[in-house]
Design a protein around this ligand. Structure first.
Ligand code: F6P
Length: 361
């Protein structure tokens, strides 16, 4: 038996399909190996506010197909930078990481599994520097994390976006319209690119490739002139407008929230092309609901591997998929940079060869 007999399990950042599959896999395999699991509630917030909940096999029964996370999550809580707003509106940041570590110690947690994207893994790495034994599990619908071929959640988001494109196709075709679908992905274009290919999008706009409205309209007119009187545009929420700006706003949490590029594109394309245009913002539908079979399996493999790593003492590392193997990388490597779509990579090149325009030529 391993020297560790109690671990903490946390889900941080935006939720995504497959988190509950991870929670179930970690809990089941830990219990199988004689290790107790303490769920940390609401992401890193639970570490600061001392909210832990023991997880039994019964607690995780039936959660495999459920979206979201039974532990709760938060993407605004960082123990190293707790945001506080004074009554006069002044915002200050306090380092409460010592309290977080002390709370874990008091709860008898000897190692912490951090399930999250780039923000959560970065916090996990900083906890390692404070002596916490951390194992990371990569999660995000955006698929923008380095060190792993793919994150769980991405496949389910793709399923949702592709389904939306299939639906938009039939109505676009009937009404001879331009349909713009805005998808998530933060500053990377993976969801737009892959769903655009899977759903037969005509024009795909991603942050990694600069576009012009002239090029978009050129493609729409080419299509119209060849008898295809509708066009489908997939716009990543982080796609940059020709002036270099991204459409975003600041939320009360202090987080920058992307969104709105689809409307800007649709209005301008309508004005310039003379074709009636409509926009659909898919939003959080991409993050909700049941995980795909692929994500359930990947999340289960990640969860089991994370427990094995705890037992082997492999800390400061993140579980990863190096197809076909589940393996691990230093967390440092995973958060060193963001994984963007290579603009000259194979996928973009193949997409162009099947007629996709990226609005750049
Ligand atoms: O990182 C996942 C993600 O869904 C991004 O695609 C999106 O930009 C962001 O989170 C939205 O965050 P929120 O749920 O805070 O609006």
């Amino acid at each position: 038996l391993s020297a560790i007999n109690r671990i903490g399990l946390l889900t941080g950042g935006g939720d995504c399909p497959g988190l509950n599959a991870v929670i179930r896999a970690v809990t089941r395999s830990a219990i199988h190996n004689g290790i107790e699991v303490m769920g940390v509630l609401d992401g890193f917030n639970g570490l600061i506010t001392d909210q832990f909940q023991p997880l039994s096999a019964r607690d995780v029964s039936g959660i495999l197909p459920r979206g979201g996370t039974i532990l709760g999550t938060s993407n605004k809580d960082d123990p190293f930078r707790c945001r506080e707003t004074a009554p006069d509106g002044e915002v200050t940041f306090t380092d409460r990481s010592d309290e977080a570590v002390a709370n874990m110690e008091r709860a008898g947690i000897q190692a912490l599994i951090v399930t999250g994207g780039d923000g959560s893994q970065t916090i996990g790495l900083k906890l390692c520097d404070k002596g916490v034994q951390v194992v990371g599990i990569p999660k995000t619908i955006d698929n923008d994390l380095m060190g792993t071929d793919i994150t769980f959640g991405f496949d389910s988001a793709l399923q949702c976006a592709t389904d939306a494109l299939d639906r938009l196709h039939t109505t676009a075709e009937s009404h001879h319209r331009v349909m713009v679908l805005e998808v998530m992905g933060r500053n990377s274009g993976w969801i737009a690119l892959m769903s655009g290919i899977a759903g037969g999008g005509d024009i795909i706009l991603i942050p990694e490739i600069d576009f012009t409205f002239e090029n978009i309209v050129k493609r729409i007119h080419e299509r119209r002139d060849s008898g295809r009187r509708f066009s489908i545009i997939v716009a990543a929420e982080g796609a940059r407008l020709p002036d270099g700006s991204v459409v975003s706003r600041m939320a009360p949490s202090g987080n920058t929230v992307l969104g709105g590029v689809g409307v800007v594109v649709a209005r301008r394309v309508e004005a310039d092309s003379g074709m009636e245009s409509r926009v659909t913002v898919l939003g959080h539908l991409q993050r909700g609901g049941s995980p795909s079979p692929f994500d359930r399996i990947l999340a289960t493999r990640f969860g089991v591997k994370a427990v094995e790593m705890v037992m082997d003492g492999q800390f400061s590392r993140m579980v990863c998929l190096k197809t076909p193997e589940i393996s691990s990388v230093p967390i440092e490597e995973a958060v060193a940079s963001r994984k963007n779509v290579p603009p000259d990579g194979e996928t973009v090149r193949f997409a162009r060869l099947v007629g996709v325009s990226f609005g750049d030529r």
